[in-house]
Write a protein that binds this ligand. Structure first.
Ligand code: EPS
Length: 397
């Protein structure tokens, strides 16, 4: 069985997006309604532009699925682009005035062209639909083992919520989040965030924000400290920085731990025998500054990752730039875009982060079929609960 992995392909205005997921065990039930609901959520969020009124993103299984279940073969997903017009020069004209903050300039020089469209079609955040689909598939696997993901915008346009997310309240917060067009579970903060986006729109500007993801129910020991490539925090940072427009990633307390003493940063360890049958195996923490990760491995607490999204680079007012053909000063190009995609990005983060957890989960609990994977998982949990298996070294002599 190959490692769990995925690859995406497709342009923003090409025929569609393709995702290939390898390394899934056979016999996993794919919850198509859930996956499509995640795609629908990603299309929404306050501040989106006109494109989302055209598209109706849904997964179409091309390979690796039989009667709604994985076969163990590579899984291929197709998501159609209704706004397909890549070869229509009139409707998809060349772009010669690069947008500061977009991939336009760097990509045009890289591929030796003055038409930024050669770059922007693939650099576009349309690709996040494909990543969301891959993550939602991975979540079908994680849910079988009681692992769930929850993300929301912590701030939009500088308007922040201080809502505390815990293993006890996140389901309730999810209801509130799903009822709000900002995807923020705090109605008062939502209104401030909406106002910030409205203001940006009026000023022909754009807004960024912070998105925060919590992964619940993960047992200790997922990820590894033996090689830097296998650390789950490193994998999360790689994957989250790979989301379009993300400029920073934090785990748990993140940057704030720089200014605090160790005693205020590290999370005291205790053992509660009443909790031995939970995913924590009985190890409890009074706080979770580590964001559920120590040494690159899960420690039984929720995994918490926050990403910083910069404001969208396509501004209606334009920005100082140059024409790549004449090299003369010009305002940057504008084409239909979003004022804020922070709410949508929270859906992307939720699924992208979950995929990385699933990737490490599969490294620990491999197996060609769900039956085998489950057996490995159950055996590990049972052995871990009955530790110590051997007498402590000191008593051996
Ligand atoms: C994007 C520009 C807009 C966004 C797009 C990302 O697309 P269009 O130019 O077709 O209006 O809507 O995001 C999506 C299409 C999507 O599905 O998220 C860009 O330039 O990155």
């Amino acid at each position: 069985m190959p490692p769990l992995d995925y690859q995406t392909a497709g342009e923003s205005h090409g025929p569609g997006l393709v995702t290939t997921v390898t390394g899934l065990p056979a016999g996993l039930d794919l919850d198509e309604d859930f996956i499509n609901a995640e795609l629908r959520r990603r299309q929404g969020g306050y501040g989106r532009g006109g494109r989302q009124r055209i598209e109706t993103d849904r997964v179409e299984w091309l390979t690796g699925v039989r009667r709604g279940r994985t076969t163990g073969a590579p899984l291929t997903i197709f998501i159609v682009n209704k706004d397909s017009r890549l070869d229509d020069l009139a409707r998809t004209p060349p772009v010669y005035r690069p947008r500061p903050g977009h991939a336009d300039l760097a990509g045009s020089v890289k591929w030796l062209t003055t038409d930024c469209r050669e770059t922007l079609e693939r650099a576009s955040a349309r690709e996040t639909a494909a990543r969301t689909a891959a993550g939602a598939v991975a979540r079908c696997l994680l849910r079988e083992f009681g692992i769930e993901a929850f993300a929301f915008p912590r701030s939009i346009g500088g308007e922040r919520t201080d809502v505390a997310v815990t293993a006890n309240n996140w389901r309730e917060l999810r209801e509130l989040r799903n009822a709000s067009d900002t995807y923020c579970p705090d109605s008062e903060a939502s209104e401030r965030q909406r106002e910030a986006v409205r203001k940006a729109k009026t000023e022909k500007d754009t807004a960024g924000g912070l998105v925060e993801c919590h992964l619940f129910g993960c047992p200790p020991g997922i990820g590894s400290c033996t090689d830097w490539r296998d650390k789950l925090d490193a994998r999360l940072a790689y994957a989250v920085m790979g989301i379009q427009a993300f400029k920073a990633v934090e785990i748990g307390l993140g940057r704030a731990c720089a200014d605090l003493p160790g005693s205020a940063v590290h999370d005291p360890i205790a053992f509660d025998p009443a909790k031995i049958d939970t995913s924590t195996l009985g190890f409890v923490r009074e706080r979770n500054n580590a964001g559920g990760l120590e040494g690159g491995m899960t420690n039984g607490e929720p995994v918490v990752v926050t990403g910083t999204m910069k404001p969208i680079a396509t501004l209606l007012q334009g920005m100082p730039s140059v024409d790549l053909n004449t090299k003369q000063p010009e305002r940057s190009a504008y084409e239909r875009s979003d004022v804020s995609a922070v709410s949508a990005a929270s859906v992307v983060l939720e699924n992208v982060a979950a995929f990385e957890l699933a990737r490490c989960f599969r490294e620990k609990f491999s197996g060609d079929s769900m039956t085998e994977t489950r057996a490995q998982f159950d055996a590990f949990m049972q052995i871990a609960r009955t530790l110590p298996l051997d007498p402590p070294t000191a008593t051996l002599a």
